[in-house]
Ligand binder design. Structure first.
Ligand code: NAD
Ligand code: MG
Length: 400
């Protein structure tokens, strides 16, 4: 068996840690080539020592000095510095497999570099597809890469579609006989909270997800359901489905991770415990199934599976995402950028939770008034993203 040499981008995050957990269970299949972290350099040192990573990537010279100062083992890994080093490492000829698990559009250049270098790309970083879905899918097809979705919903849909091996290599083939994709959503921590109470919710309350343990940004996105909106856009690109053929369903138990409805009326679902090691192991082992560390599940203890329509008044961010997808790529970039800025300000205690959809909505309006040509290159995407962030930052100050 050829050993896969894995680069884990964002190894100190929630997906990164889960990836290393699965990798450690299969030393005969995987070795860690490289790891990256933006903060928590002490944790990166521990990970590099445990995995014998050859390369680590840190954001700046201070972080490099900290890494070297904390290192105690015999052979110091090569320490690379900066955003360009992230992209170069993802494309390193020694790497076979890249886990793209940086949060936000900050992860886009390296994820795209991995696709352009023809790697097996395990894509957790959904913001990359939201901002640059067309470019990204084109890169996978043009450079012989393999794309395996790690987001649990998309991984579930991928599992419910036929011809996985062809699909991973040539994503976006229209799937024959598919009528709709049914994306499930937990509804987050505020699914039943009185609407008036949303005004006063704190960052810690927003991050207390009932079923999943995740990074803070995606936890807030789950509370607002902008996360599901990003996932609708992600599904559009991954599976070539029109917005009207993607339905969001609230499913509070988070056991059915998503479904595919076919022309004949069949609905195929993928079920499992809410543990990201399942989709991660699926992507790492594909097309084989490998152990993930997720234990047996006693379905008999689940008395019910509920499904309900999302309430757009409670979750205005979901409606904004559908609007952005219909409006086109520039709006998707603005939606994502404004959300990243607004969530960061909310987590820092500078704006209220209920300002998040207002800032995104206002930013979308201001950006569409100033709309230029559709961003056609990575540079264009990043420029549009930068512009939307500046407007969102201004709007945050007005609403602080
Ligand atoms: P996290 O916040 O726990 O970790 C993010 C990682 O990215 C960390 O290693 C951090 O150091 C690094 N990072 C942050 N900013 C960076 C920057 N500017 N440059 C370089 N590196 C940077 O996030 P997470 O929950 O692991 O999520 C990672 C990605 O996976 C997100 O796009 C998220 O939407 C997606 N995702 C996560 C889950 C989950 O269960 N956590 C599920 C589905 C999808
Ligand atoms: Mg998801």
């Amino acid at each position: 068996m050829n050993v896969q040499k894995v680069c884990v981008l964002g190894s100190t995050g929630s997906i990164g840690e889960n990836t290393l957990d699965v990798i450690a269970r299969h030393p005969e299949r995987f070795s860690v080539h490289s790891l990256s972290a933006y903060s928590r350099i002490g944790r990166l040192v521990e990970q590099a020592a445990a995995t014998h990573a050859k390369v680590v990537v840190v954001p700046d010279d201070d972080a490099r000095k900290r890494f070297v100062g904390l290192w105690q083992g015999p052979s110091l890994p090569e320490v690379r510095v900066g955003a360009q080093a992230l992209a170069d490492t993802a494309a390193d000829p020694e790497v076979t497999t890249v886990m793209a698990a940086i949060v936000g559009t900050a992860g886009l250049p390296a994820a795209l570099a991995a696709a352009r270098a023809g790697k097996r790309v395990l894509l957790a970083n959904k913001e990359a597809l939201v901002a640059a879905g067309g470019l990204f899918m084109q890169a996978v097809r043009d450079h012989g890469a393999e794309l395996l979705p790690i987001d649990s919903e998309h991984n579930a849909i991928f599992q419910c579609l036929p011809e996985g091996e062809e699909r991973a290599r040539a994503p976006q083939r229209p799937a024959q006989g598919v009528r709709r994709l049914l994306l499930t959503a937990s509804g987050g921590p505020f699914r039943t909270l009185a609407l008036e109470a949303l005004h006063d919710v704190t960052p810690d309350q927003a991050c207390a997800h009932p079923n999943w343990s995740m990074g803070r940004k995606i936890s807030v996105d789950s509370a607002t359901m902008l996360n599901k909106g990003l996932e609708v856009i992600e599904a559009h690109w991954l599976f070539s489905m029109a917005p009207d053929a993607i339905q969001v369903l609230i499913h509070p138990q988070s056991l059915v991770h998503s479904m595919v409805e076919y022309e004949d009326g069949s609905i195929l679902a993928q079920l499992g415990q809410p543990d990201m090691r399942t989709p991660i192991a699926y992507g790492l082992g594909f097309p084989e199934r490998i152990a993930s560390g997720v234990g047996l599940f006693d379905l008999a203890r689940m008395h019910r599976l509920d499904f309900e329509q999302p309430d757009f008044q409670r979750f205005p961010c979901l409606a904004l995402a559908f609007d952005a997808l219909r409006a086109g790529q520039a709006s998707c970039i603005s939606l994502n950028a404004a959300n990243e800025v607004a969530v960061e300000r909310f987590l820092a205690g500078r704006i209220r939770y209920t300002e998040i959809p207002r800032i995104i909505g206002d930013c979308l309006e201001r950006m569409s008034a100033a709309a230029g040509p559709v961003p056609g290159s990575l540079e264009d995407v990043l420029e549009h993203d930068h512009h939307a962030r500046a407007i969102a930052a201004e709007l945050c100050l007005l609403r602080a």
